[in-house]
Write a protein of this length. Structure first.
Length: 648
């Protein structure tokens, strides 16, 4: 086989190139600027072409190679190969299906989370130091959003499976309805778009699907809709997409592919509601190696007269493409009840408290001020959050205090023993924020492993024109360890199950529940040693402070990733920073920090971390639901009704 000529259309993968060079007589097309002269000299030696999503075998190349027998694509897509010409000439064609399905589906979900939760923008916000000036704005929830998929093939099905874990209703459009599919079918693309919050392009590129996303489809998706393209750039009418984003007729876009790669419309660089990655759908070390092995296996099978591993079956038949609120408390005495808010949290909550109660904004007045002393006997409730709650000093200063309502699930800012001692009721906002925190955890894991924010910066800087982005790490199938299998930990587990990840956990006690098939570890070190990604999702207590220490980090190892959506103090920050700097840890996704809003500046220089400004619950939908829950708990208490979410 060493004498068989193989033409590699463009640079693709170092491992593939090396293996082709070992096994065949390799010609690197890009090294010959005088292509017509090169083809004239070597046309009778070349019996195989290896192409990819950027360069394949068009009619002119096929005509120039009279001895061509096989075209092997280092890609699942076939739009760079003239299939009709191949069929006419009897040239065999192979591609690399299935092996890249998981990575492309993972990236689709990662792009959705990055766009809706503004992960890359948040990361830039923290790195720039802006968090010290004020909190980041609210974003948009992913769980429960309606998802429309164009093309329910291998990749479309894998996306649907993942989106189901986020409780998303799923619909699809394809040439024909899929028999046995449980998802809703739309024979008309406009109807799919108008009934979707998120529209994902996952179909093959053909003449019929060229510019399948046009102005009509974009307008049907609407100003709150999000478009995700992991198909091919020409699926989308790019000028129409840009115009819709600039004019606010579309809510956002996550794009892995573009019409004229590596050229990207510069108008997109100024937009915060887009995430741009440089065609990295299958860009993980693991998948690219598998793809290379399939290409090599197909070539060797062909030249050994054995069955091809992944033959493309020619088929040119095509089908045309179709076109709480709360009622105000009835003049009860509630308007006279004093409620103290410890810090600014959420405008809607503040407005609702002001409408229903006599609101005291404590951030405007020190605890020892005359204002607080004068009104102390009027304040019967405190509303706190993740930054400021009710410590012993505040509780002692308010002799009439009856209830502390936390605008958070966490209780570490409330002196619970003091509340219990004084008979003060305590509530929080569990469940309502579970989905958002779990979504943020998955988004962080995806952003770190697939380097989504780093690749977005790569595209916006213009670096793609100079060369491809480096390979990232696969997410699907990675072993996941979860510290704390409560509501949030269980929601994280449910989501990562859809990505084929083996799951283990550590908690105070083993969970004996029919729904749990996860492996239990009694200590964090053993859990870390058996995990590739470690999620921190437990409650912060004296026992769990610095639960992620040097021993745990070293057990996780140099290929491991830490994701913290718990509390900053769960992690020994100085040990984490040194491990990242020294290469003893592969990466970290952090929504929380020990001394917020202060973040260790050494992290700002690292590409392998994604830093969020404590926005795990900060979507408009969830913040509103949390505010409503705070109000309902206060009203229930002052009506002598059962609390909705009592802690004490």
């Amino acid at each position: 086989m060493e004498s068989i000529g193989v033409l590699l259309a463009c640079p693709m993968n170092t491992y593939l190139e090396q293996e082709l060079d070992k096994r065949f007589n390799l010609f690197k097309f890009w090294q010959y600027p005088q292509r017509s002269q090169f083809l004239a000299e070597h046309c009778n030696s070349i019996r195989a072409v290896v192409g990819n999503a950027s360069a394949g075998a068009d009619a002119s190349l096929i005509d120039a190679l009279p001895k061509l027998e096989i075209v092997s694509s280092f890609s699942v897509g076939l739009d760079k190969i003239d299939l009709k010409k191949c069929k006419e000439r009897g040239i065999r064609v192979t591609n690399t299906p299935d092996v890249l399905t998981e990575d492309v589906a993972d990236l689709a979900i990662g792009l959705i989370l990055a766009v809706l939760r503004r992960l890359c923008e948040c990361d830039g916000y923290v790195r720039s130091g802006k968090w010290k000036i004020g909190d980041y704005k609210l974003t948009t929830k992913f769980s429960g959003k309606s998802v429309g998929i164009i093309g329910l093939g291998r990749i479309g099905m894998a996306i649907a499976k993942r989106a189901e874990a986020f409780r998303c209703p799923i619909s699809y459009y394809s040439r024909t309805e899929k028999q046995g599919s449980k998802y809703k079918y739309y024979p008309n693309l406009l109807n799919l778009a108008s009934n979707s919050d998120i529209l994902i392009v996952a179909c093959p590129l053909t003449k019929e699907t060229h510019h399948i996303i046009n102005r009509e489809v974009i307008d049907a998706l609407g100003p709150k809709g999000v478009l995700i393209n992991i198909g091919r750039g020409p699926h989308v009418d790019e000028p129409q997409l840009v115009a819709a984003l600039v004019e606010g007729r579309l809510g956002g876009a996550g794009l892995d592919v573009f019409e004229h790669e590596p050229e990207v419309p510069q108008e997109l660089f100024a937009l915060e509601n887009v995430v741009l990655v440089p065609h990295i759908g299958s860009g993980t070390v693991e998948t690219r190696t598998e793809m290379a092995n399939i290409v090599l296996g197909n070539l060797e099978a062909h030249f050994s007269n054995k069955p091809l591993l992944t033959p493309v079956v020619f088929n040119f038949k095509t089908a045309a493409v179709g076109r709480r609120i709360f009622t105000r408390c009835s003049e009860m005495e509630m308007e006279k009840i004093g409620v103290a808010m410890t810090t600014p949290m959420f405008d809607y909550l503040e407005q609702q408290l002001e409408q229903r109660f006599k609101l005291f904004k404590l951030w405007n007045h020190p605890l020892n001020s005359d204002y607080v002393r004068e009104n102390a006997h009027s304040i019967r409730a405190v509303v706190g959050g993740t930054k400021s709650g009710a410590d012993a000093n505040l509780i002692h200063s308010l002799p009439a205090l009856e209830i502390v309502a936390s605008f958070s699930v966490g209780l570490d800012k409330i002196d619970l023993p003091k509340c219990q001692e004084k008979g003060i009721r305590v509530t929080n906002t569990p469940d309502v924020l579970t989905d958002d925190v779990a979504d943020a955890a998955i988004g962080l894991a995806m952003a770190v492993s697939r380097r989504i924010c780093e690749s977005d910066r790569f595209v916006r800087s213009g670096s793609w024109k100079e060369g491809g982005f480096r390979l990232a790490t696969k997410f699907s199938g990675k072993s996941v360890g979860i510290l704390g299998l409560g509501r949030i930990g269980s929601a994280i587990a449910k989501r990562v199950e859809a990505f084929g990840c083996p799951i283990s956990y550590c908690s105070r006690n083993e969970k004996h529940h029919s729904g749990y098939n996860y492996k239990y570890f009694s200590n964090a070190i053993d859990l870390a040693a058996n995990s590739q990604i470690l999620f921190v999702a437990c409650t912060l207590t004296e026992e769990t402070k610095h639960i992620v220490n040097r021993e745990v980090i070293d057990a996780l190892g140099p290929n491991g990733i830490v994701i913290n959506v718990g509390r900053g103090a769960h992690v020994n920050e100085s040990e984490l920073v040194s491990a990242l700097l020294e290469g003893r840890l592969a990466g970290a996704g952090l929504d929380v920090f020990e001394n917020e809003p202060h973040v260790p500046e050494q992290l700002f220089e690292l590409e392998k971390v994604v830093l969020l400004p404590h926005v795990g619950t900060d979507t408009m939908e969830t913040s509103t639901a949390m505010a409503d829950l705070v109000i309902r708990n206060l009203e229930a208490h002052f009506r002598n009704e059962p609390l909705i979410t009592p802690v004490i």
